[in-house]
Design a protein around this ligand. Structure first.
Ligand code: ATP
Ligand code: MG
Ligand code: MG
Ligand code: MG
Length: 439
């Protein structure tokens, strides 16, 4: 992409309304723009990041055996009356009336709708297990939308829903999501820690919040430091191996980890002092087994092997891709700007023409751009007529993993300069070597 033909409205001045670094940097880097409190337009650069996050989330859901569908954002109040949540949900739900004065709502989550879809067509244990997910916008009328995408009112969520004939099956489904989440966050360049979360009136121990440690996190968390280096299963993990998955989950739940709500000071005190981590955290995912909470009132039943009808056992599993975009920046930035982990970077390479209008420099840049693009590398080519200093600052701000700097002085010796945004290391090499390195 040539910057001269792109839409990248960066800001020079730090925006005043932004309280945390990710919010500040996303506005400055021209990734998004607030249209109303907690409601954002994704500008092209921000959309590229969101799509990459979404795709990694999708790949790991698919790998675990979950199946993608797409439910609407607008729902009918009827379904929520069946589950009893229409009145209980309160002010976070955005309620809408259509022209026939029918009560509708903008979905804050989809348990009711998926249960309706399930009960309409699944009748037998033979069709189970089943896990259906979608990646769709949600609306929650948060009391205090703030910190940009971190706590929006309209936000993107991946929500999956599992269906099993009994609790043992549901536990396996839960473990699949648990492991898929570990893998997802790892691939996004994040260290996430599953922390025991409140299961409410259902009880049991099957709810975990996945927390990324960051000073700007909204919750206080406590955990054992060994979680920070614990191994995450690789892509060969077998999701059908019930015992194998259980072993991974057992390991990842063996040490102390709890958010403030679930914190037990006496148990935490048993963690060796030098292994205690007390920090702020961001909730990036949440998984939950809730048994027959919706299937019972909504009559989603299946026939068991011995012909009995039982309400199906369900779980739900959320990830916030838009919140993740902010969380990744909280975890990966420096004074100069964003430092994108390569898997979610909006482009891989920033190509900087340091002397726009100089025939040799323009020619070398055009050729590098063509060759890298031909190799499938996403390049943002800064071909704008501005001074080199401004291009360096802009490249650091938007944080693409690699910068290729091309100017007449280097070219006289047949060299361009490559900079690694993360380490800051610079190296001179021929344009051909640069194409090899980055292609
Ligand atoms: P929080 O405690 O931050 O309000 P939640 O517990 O209400 O989140 P869940 O219902 O568990 O959220 O939703 C699943 C995921 O959706 C969360 O883990 C988070 O990643 C994301 N999410 C929830 N609320 C928001 C929001 N207001 N803005 C952005 N992402 C959100
Ligand atoms: Mg909430
Ligand atoms: Mg929460
Ligand atoms: Mg939650």
């Amino acid at each position: 992409m040539r910057l001269s033909r792109y839409f990248l409205p960066t800001l020079r001045e730090p925006p005043r309304e932004a309280e945390i670094v990710s919010h500040r940097l996303m506005l400055r880097a021209g990734m998004m723009r607030q249209e109303a409190a907690g409601i954002y337009a994704f500008l092209p650069l921000g959309l590229r990041v969101l799509r990459k996050i979404e795709q990694i989330v999708r790949e790991e859901q698919n790998r675990s055996g979950a199946i993608e569908l797409l439910m609407p954002t607008i729902q009918s109040a009827e379904l929520w009356r069946e589950s009893g949540r229409y009145d209980a949900y309160g002010k976070e739900m955005l309620r809408i009336q259509d022209r026939h004065e029918r009560e509708m709502l903008y979905g804050p989550t989809n348990e009711e709708m998926i249960t309706e879809i399930f009960r309409a067509s699944v009748r037998s244990y033979k069709d189970l297990p089943l896990n259906l997910y979608h990646i769709q916008w949600k609306f929650r009328d948060e009391v205090r939308p703030r910190f940009g995408l971190m706590r929006g009112r309209e936000f993107l969520m991946k929500d999956a829903y599992s269906f099993d004939v009994d609790e043992a099956g549901a536990r396996h489904s839960y473990n699949k999501m648990f492991v898929a989440y570990l893998r997802t966050f790892k691939r996004l360049g994040l260290t996430s820690i599953p922390m025991r979360a409140d299961t409410g009136p259902i009880g049991g121990d099957l709810s975990h919040e996945f927390i990324v440690l960051a000073d700007t996190g909204e919750s206080q968390v406590f955990c054992h430091k060994d979680y920070l280096g614990m191994a995450v299963p690789d892509e060969k993990v077998n999701f059908d191996d019930i015992a194998g998955l259980q072993k991974t989950v057992d390991q990842w739940t063996s040490l102390y980890a709890a958010t403030e709500d679930m914190h037990e000071p006496d148990k935490y005190a048993a963690v060796p002092a030098d292994a205690q981590v007390s920090a702020r955290g961001i909730e990036v995912g949440h998984i939950f087994y809730f048994g027959t909470k919706y299937s019972l009132p909504m009559k989603a039943v299946v026939a068991t092997a011995d012909g009995k009808e039982v309400p199906v056992h369900m779980g739900s599993y959320g990830i916030g891709p838009s919140r993740l975009a902010a969380a990744i920046i909280e975890a990966s930035h420096d004074e100069a700007g964003i430092v994108w982990p390569e898997p979610v970077a909006p482009f891989k390479v920033a190509l900087l023409n340091l002397k726009q209008g100089d025939a040799a420099t323009d020619g070398a840049c055009d050729q590098l751009y063509a060759e890298l693009t031909a190799k499938g590398v996403d390049v943002l080519y800064n071909d704008i007529d501005e001074r080199a200093g401004a291009k360096f600052a802009n490249a650091d701000l938007i944080g693409l993993p690699w910068q290729v700097m091309v100017g007449p002085r280097g070219l006289a010796e047949g060299k361009v300069e490559i900079k690694n945004r993360k380490t800051g290391e610079k190296e001179q090499m021929s344009p051909a070597a640069a194409v090899d390195l980055l292609g």
